[in-house]
Design a protein around this ligand. Structure first.
Ligand SMILES: [Zn+2]
Length: 292
């Protein structure tokens, strides 16, 4: 999404640990240097937002860094249609279709029809964002519940965005019944929220926030997550991980997110690459549709 709903700065500013702005911001005109951690491994960025202008080069750069599978996430009708179109021209890219809570006030028209399309692997991102309240909360709840219903009806994974809204997120999920494959994307909770999500059979996906100095609670969650429930993502272009903070994020840097998770869990980055790729394959059934 090119900034209508969530601009990078705004999103990053309010995330845990984002107040810690003491690090120097590297020169964004320099050549990108993908993190070398686990470079021989195969990584998956299971949540990013590509844009038509930079998608091909972002994917090529990712592949060079060992990131060979990407899930390109829709946030409204237009971005979902665009993400689906990209799956048809970019190898190793799959898409989701859904309505972000920021966009909930604009309604759900047209999105469900995309779910039957080859290349769509999940409903979302959807959920609740009571931090920004860009849509009225009642509308957010309704549109979230509708999309949980879609995940059930179409047998798709569900990608949840939950921000300052844990209680209602779990209540709505419980009422509709959590889909068999449910992902809490960009997990920003601590140990308690992690357990509550895991109790509902969900996967936890960690973003660059796990590398932010002030995000100890998120690291607690990353430490306790069972290996078979662990995912990683960039959420690019938002939330660049250390050491790239302040820059426009890119799928190649999921390797840096993975390295941070590896440090938290006391394992090698290669192990995180292996684990999170195999989990992403299972959650989104990526191997059911060979890349074009
Ligand atoms: Zn996202």
């Amino acid at each position: 999404m090119t900034g209508r709903a969530v601009e990078p700065a705004r999103d990053a500013d309010a995330q845990p640990g984002a107040d810690d702005t003491a690090e120097a911001v590297p020169d964004d005109t320099a050549e990108p240097v993908p993190d070398v951690a686990g470079r021989r491994s195969t990584w998956t960025d299971q949540h990013c937002h590509l844009d038509d202008g930079g998608a091909a080069s972002a994917v090529a750069e990712a592949v060079a860094a060992g990131v060979t599978r990407l899930v390109d996430v829709g946030t409204d009708l237009d971005t979902s249609v665009a993400a689906l179109a990209r799956t048809r021209r970019l190898e190793g890219v799959w898409a989701t279709a859904g309505i972000h809570p920021h966009e909930a006030r604009r309604g759900v028209d047209g999105v469900e029809a995309l779910l039957a399309e080859d290349g769509i692997v999940a409903v979302g991102e959807c959920g609740l964002d009571y931090h920004y309240d860009h849509s009225p909360r009642g509308v957010q709840r309704e549109v979230f519940a509708t999309q949980i219903g879609w995940a059930h009806r179409h047998g798709l994974a569900l990608v949840i965005h939950s921000r300052s809204a844990w209680e209602d997120t779990f209540a709505i999920l419980d009422e509709a019944g959590p889909p068999e494959r449910t992902v809490f994307h960009c997990f920003t909770g601590g140990a308690d929220e992690a357990r509550a999500a895991l109790d509902r059979g969900a996967w936890l996906s960690f973003s660059g926030i796990v590398s932010f100095p002030a995000a100890d609670d998120v690291r607690d969650a990353a430490a306790l997550c069972p290996p078979e429930r662990l995912l990683i993502e960039t959420d690019s272009p938002y939330l660049a991980p250390v050491p790239y903070r302040g820059r426009r994020n890119r799928p190649a840097w999921v390797t840096a997110v993975g390295a941070a998770v590896a440090r938290v869990r006391g394992v090698e980055p290669e192990r995180i690459a292996e684990l999170t790729t195999s989990n992403a394959l299972a959650v989104y059934r990526l191997d059911r549709r060979p890349a074009p």
